[in-house]
Write a protein that binds this ligand. Structure first.
Ligand code: NAD
Ligand code: LMR
Length: 337
């Protein structure tokens, strides 16, 4: 991707008329996604019912006179939306409605993410990077990747950065420390309540966090609070997280493109190719999109290999992996993978 580009980079956002779209697009246009030297052209994809809202957002984007924003296009045509895209943020998804079973939800979302994967395959730029935010994010990313055979699978990722940020924020509050002093947190598994936020390797200014907090707080408060934070936000706010989700999406893509240095973060990445061995070391089979400890190096997510995982923690990691395998198998059984 062109750093300090003269040519604008095309960024496609699906579900652009929704809540996350509204929180995300202004940050992209202001340069927070790709940096202050990179101009962007935005493509906003919506379904017909969402076009009016996306058009409203596009009017406000124009009115913000962002120096880096070169153009905005609103469309309900995926081929057009992904044409020449270097970054695709797949936010729009089918929410679970009353009485909907898990398999129905997977099927409804496969009907969205399979054609979007195919449109990315056909029309995106060769350096396309995809972040799936819409739930169930990991499996939606897997479906999209499987319909884009010409795009390297590792270019498809799903968002667990919000879970990672939630975990860091909880630790910072508990330890009365700035978030920037904390490193080495890992969120393992699925972006769901089975995820496992793990502090075994986390540090506060280089001091091991497991020596600073008691196990009871970790087990009884920290892990369930982070894993169920999404549900808590829905209960308290009356709608699912939007600005914090948008912020995490910015963090994910910004770090992917610009690198993380020696620090690490969490991202749900494809567990094949160059990352197959490191993922297998944590018991993650190939062919999933699973949250793991990652660094970004030269624009690629690299799984941090060989961390020691205690048996107790591994059991929790395994449970979340089992859920990912179940979701994958359910989609396969429907003939959608
Ligand atoms: P929202 O309902 O406000 O907006 C979703 C938008 O997507 C709507 O405007 C809708 O018209 C559009 N849409 C639906 N199907 C589409 C399609 N096929 N193509 C293009 N657009 C389509 O929802 P939101 O609050 O913005 O959340 C979006 C998704 O993000 C949800 O699935 C939510 O569960 C998920 N989410 C994920 C995380 C995470 O950490 N991974 C965090 C928060 C929310
Ligand atoms: C979140 O973690 O905030 C969301 O994924 C919750 C949801 O179901 O939209």
């Amino acid at each position: 991707m062109a750093a300090a580009s003269r040519e604008p980079v095309t960024v496609t956002v699906t579900g652009a008329g929704g809540q996350i779209g509204y929180a995300l697009l202004f940050r992209i246009a202001s340069g927070q996604l790709l940096g202050p030297d990179t101009a962007v052209s935005l493509r906003l994809l919506e379904i017909p019912q969402g076009l009016r809202a996306a058009e409203g957002t596009s009017l406000e984007l124009l009115d913000s006179a962002f120096p880096l924003l070169r153009s905005i296009e609103v469309t309900d045509d995926a081929s057009n939306a992904f044409d020449g895209a270097s970054v695709a943020l797949l936010v729009g998804a089918r929410p679970r409605s009353a009485g909907m079973e898990r398999a129905d939800l997977l099927e409804a979302n496969a009907a969205i993410f399979a054609p979007q994967g195919a449109a990315i395959n056909e029309h995106a730029a060769s350096d396309i990077r995809v972040l799936v935010v819409g739930n169930p994010a990991n499996t939606n990313a897997l479906i999209a990747a499987s319909h884009a055979p010409d795009v390297p699978a590792e270019r498809f990722t799903a968002m667990t950065r919000l879970d990672h940020n939630r975990a860091v924020a909880q630790l910072a509050e508990k330890l009365d420390a700035p978030v920037g002093a904390i490193d080495g947190v890992v969120v393992w598994g699925n972006h769901s309540a089975t995820q496992y936020p793990d502090v075994a390797h986390a540090t506060l200014d280089g001091r091991p966090i497991p020596e600073l907090v008691d196990t009871e707080w970790l087990d009884e408060v920290f892990v369930p609070r982070v894993a169920r934070r999404g549900a808590q936000i829905i209960e308290v706010r009356g709608a699912s997280s939007a600005a914090s989700a948008a912020s995490a999406a910015i963090d994910h893509v910004h770090d992917w493109v610009n690198g993380t240095g020696e620090r690490w973060t969490s991202a749900a990445v494809t567990t094949g190719g160059a990352n197959a061995e490191a993922a297998a070391g944590y018991g993650v089979p190939e062919g999933l999109v699973c949250s793991l400890p990652v660094r970004s190096d030269h624009g690629e997510w690299v799984v941090v290999p060989g961390l020691a995982v205690e048996a107790r923690s591994q059991a929790r990691v395994d449970a979340s992996i089992a859920e990912l395998v179940e979701e994958r198998d359910a989609v396969r059984a429907l003939g959608l993978l």
